[in-house]
Structure formats: C-alpha cells, structure tokens
Design a protein around this ligand. Sequence first.
Ligand code: PMV
Length: 322
Amino acid sequence: MKATAIAHPNIALVKYWGKRDREHILPYNSSISVTLDSLETLTTAEFYDGHEDVVMIGQQRDTIRMPRFLDTVRAYTGIEKRAKVVSESNFPAAAGLASSSSGYAAAALAVTKAAGLELTAEELSRIARRGSGSAARSVHGGFVEWEKGVSDEDSYGRRMHAEWPELRITVAVTSTEPKETPSREAMEQTVETSPYYKAWLASIDEDLAAVRRGIALNSIRLVGETAEHNCLKMHALMLSTQPPLIYWNESTMAVMKAVQKARHDGIQAYFTIDAGPNVCILTSGDTDTRYLTERLEAVEGVDKILRCGVGAGARYTEDHLF
Ligand code: PMV
C-alpha cells in the first residue's frame, strides 16, 4: 500500500539538548514547542519487493539515516520488505530550521500506514522520536510538551490544552547551507565536554513552568523572555564545548540585536535559535509582527523572511509524490 503524510516543523520554546539513551533517543530534559503552519514536509512511502531501501530527501539520496529509521519501523511492525520513500519540504533542510522534526513526523505516519497500521498519536510520537527527537513533537499541532519520561514507553509528545491563534513566528533566514555539525553529534559533544551541562539541566523545570504558564495566559512577554533565555543558555552550552560549536554568523547576531532594539522601542518581539544560524522571532498579533518584519527587512544578510502561525499536526493526504 502507498501512503502519504504531511507534517510541519516545530520550534522549541524550551529546547531539547542531550540524550540519556542514544539508541532510543531518550532526552535528558523535557521540552516544549509550537508547531508552525506554512512550512511543511510531504512524504510518500511504499514497501516493495526490491533488495534495498530507496530514499530520496529532496534531490538527495539518503542511504543511512532514513534506512535506519525504516529498520526501527520494520522491527515495530514485523514487516520485512524494503521501502521506497520520497520526501519533499518547502524550506531548506539541515539549516537549523527543524526540518528533521517535520521529516520524521511525516515519515512515521506515512511508513506505518504503508505497513498497514493506523497508530495512536502516542505510538506515532514514540516512533517519530526514533528518527529525530524533535519529530516526537511534530506529530501534534499547536503547543506540545515532550516529557522526558522514564523509558521508551512514556517519552513522547503530548498536545497541551491551549490555543493562541495570534502567536506569530517569523523566521529570518540568514543561510540555507547545511550546518557543519549535525545536532546529534553536537549534543553528544555538549554532554561530554561542557562544564555547564548540569546547570542547564538544573534550570529546565523553571523554564518549563514559565512557558506552560505563559502559553496558558497567551503572554508573549512570559513565553518570549523565557524562550529567548532558554535559547541563549543552550548556545552558551555549545560555546563551552570542546571543540566549541558556533552556529551563528554575523547576520544572526545582527538579527538578535535588531530584535532587542525593536523591544526597546516598544515592539514585543523575542528570538529563539536552534542549532543553526537562522533566527525565529515570536510576536503576538499582526501589528507588532508588521513592525518587526519591517525591521528585519533592513538587516543586512537576511536573505528571506518566512511568516508562520500556529500549525496543525501530522496527517494523511492523497497527494502522493510517486
Ligand atoms: O531532533 P534533533 O536531533 O533535530 O534536535 C533538535 C535540537 C534543537 O532543535 C536545537 C532543539 C529542539 O528541541 O528542537
């Protein structure tokens, strides 16, 4: 059976950084994200009688990561056949724009359906997590908390009971080059060598509580201040690893400064940055978002501005890619 799924990337407001179990992708800390709307990944999967998995991610053949994920799905479903998988995103991959979150959420849904299964959101999130930790959250729309859990069974994304239709996430793209160090390696290096990792973990519960409260109140200030602080703490960990991990470029810095300046001038805008040079800016409502966008357009090195709101969870579609 051929199956196709669509999923959106999410951006973490409290970041996941560090695995306590690398095989099952169990995190050291819980995280909270918002799923984005206008960016998306479409994935079609089909099991067939060939001798190898054939996986195309955009224009690139993937012979390692998705085939390894397919092994996980095969072990879970009992299916032994190889698969054909084609995946297309409408935004750049591997540039710190969370493409693996939408990629593996869409793959988890399409591949399990192609294997003849209709899973619960909880099961799907656990499977997506094995492809990429952040994908555990993109199974759902809206605001999602991935609780670290104690084992494989209880570590998955849960949709939070909150709506915030005015929240806007504006992405300032400063580079679409793939990053030099993938998140997976960067996390391991951080856990092993940053002297600040314990302090990071000790500060997470406070950030989670503040973001939960801020989302419930639709408070851009509480969510924004906490998300920005949490992001800077994660980047401080990266800077303090050996060798150091510096994901920012000059324009990343210029955008951060522009956001601070906008705030100084009364615009409620806050930034967060994943493992890459692109900056996501949080605002609430159209007026502040418009003022913010005008400022971003004037920053040198901002190649593109992507406008997003709060998006939906992963779902099936009949728009097959082959
Ligand atoms: O799931 P991964 O391996 O792409 O790691 C995601 C890491 C961050 O994007 C930096 C943080 C997060 O929680 O999404």
